[in-house]
Design a protein around this ligand. Structure first.
Ligand code: ASP
Length: 349
């Protein structure tokens, strides 16, 4: 009888602790509109990156039932000011969190302007298959119907869910879940700003639940990663935008600056005019890697279509947007300058 009583006492002490063992999610905050504050609730003007991460978490008290959350401020910038140094800081911290088993998932709060770039960078360099989810908002925290709290709630729910493991880096926005590789900001102001023109979303977060109906089109961690350290120096790769009757001055200027790579946001199937073609020949002769991408938001740039890439010495981005092709080329160039090897990365990653 006495024994039973002791067991009962132990159970009442331990059971609540067991019941409360929630997945641990660390939020790495970088700023953006989600942390933005404006002077008035009914106007668009605001300053990005003003509100600290603790205050953002405070806007969704019920999230404490979903995950055991801690926040770290990595940066406080509007994402138009995102830098390679912040990318490296984020990546190194995220890799360390998973290596030390500090959390089951990570959420990165981020401005929307360059969120797709940071997402893809992390997708390429993170070494764990545990969930990493980026989110942000289109309206600042002080606006009527601010979308940040719901987006943050969903992102934490996704990061805490074991089903999110092994899917590569994800972007969560307006209840949609997107593969960071394929997602793109498609509206300058609307709250449903994100979409994946080629593939569509991979899942949905709704009513506190997470459902997936597609997988990444490419290999995901831990197969994918390209290793970086704090000392990794990323080569310089620039983007040149093609338009009707464009002169080639920008390409020549970049060759003069001795850049390592140029991505051309070509028209249609990565095409460019005669002036560009001559300038590309000069760039290739100078040892610059030139990648043909497209300013058209969906479809792929096909090798040897209207342009014979072998003859011209160019590679193609496949279905990566110019801004993502730039990231893959920068990281790829840390491994090799061989065009065939670089081209393979574009078909694989
Ligand atoms: N300019 C802001 C940023 O990217 C826009 C946003 O977050 O929605 O940080």
């Amino acid at each position: 009888m006495k024994k039973l009583f002791v067991i009962l006492i132990i159970c009442t002490i331990i059971a609540p602790a067991w019941a409360q063992k929630l997945p641990r999610v660390i939020i790495l905050a970088t700023g953006g509109t989600i942390a933005g504050a404006g002077a008035s609730a009914d106007r668009a003007g605001y300053e990005a990156g003003k509100i600290p991460i603790e205050d953002l978490i405070g806007t969704i008290p019920s999230i404490k039932k979903v995950a055991d959350i801690t926040g770290e401020q990595i940066a406080s910038v509007g994402s138009q000011d995102m830098t390679v140094d912040i990318w490296k800081k984020l990546a190194i911290r995220a890799n360390q969190i998973f290596k030390n088993n500090e959390a089951e998932g990570i959420v990165v709060t981020h401005g929307t302007d360059t969120q797709e770039e940071t997402g893809y960078f992390l997708d390429l360099v993170l070494t764990s298959d545990k969930p990493v989810v980026l989110t942000g908002s289109m309206r600042p925290a002080t606006a009527i119907s601010a979308d940040g709290p719901k987006n943050l709630y969903d992102a934490i729910t996704i990061a805490a869910n074991p089903k999110s493991k092994g899917r590569g880096v994800l972007v969560s926005f307006n209840e949609g879940i997107f593969d960071a590789r394929d997602v793109m900001k498609l509206s300058t102001t609307k709250t449903n700003a994100f979409g994946s023109p080629n593939t569509g979303p991979v899942g949905q977060a709704y009513d506190g639940r997470v459902e997936y109906y597609a997988t990444s089109t490419r290999e995901v961690q831990p197969v994918k990663p390209i290793q970086i350290t704090a000392d990794t120096k990323l080569p310089r790769v620039d983007i040149v935008y093609m338009y009707a009757d464009a002169p080639s001055d920008q390409i020549d200027m970049l060759v003069g600056k001795k850049v390592d790579g140029i991505v051309i946001a070509g028209v249609g199937n990565g095409n460019f005019n005669k002036a560009y073609t001559e300038a590309v020949k000069r760039a290739v002769a100078a040892g610059v890697i030139v990648c043909r991408a497209s300013r058209t938001p969906s479809g792929r740039v096909v090798l040897h279509d209207e342009i014979n890439d072998d003859q011209l010495g160019t590679i193609v981005s496949d279905d990566l947007t110019p801004q993502k092709a730039r990231i893959l080329l920068m990281l790829g160039l840390t491994r090799s300058k061989d065009k065939k090897q670089l081209q393979d990365l574009f078909f694989k990653y």
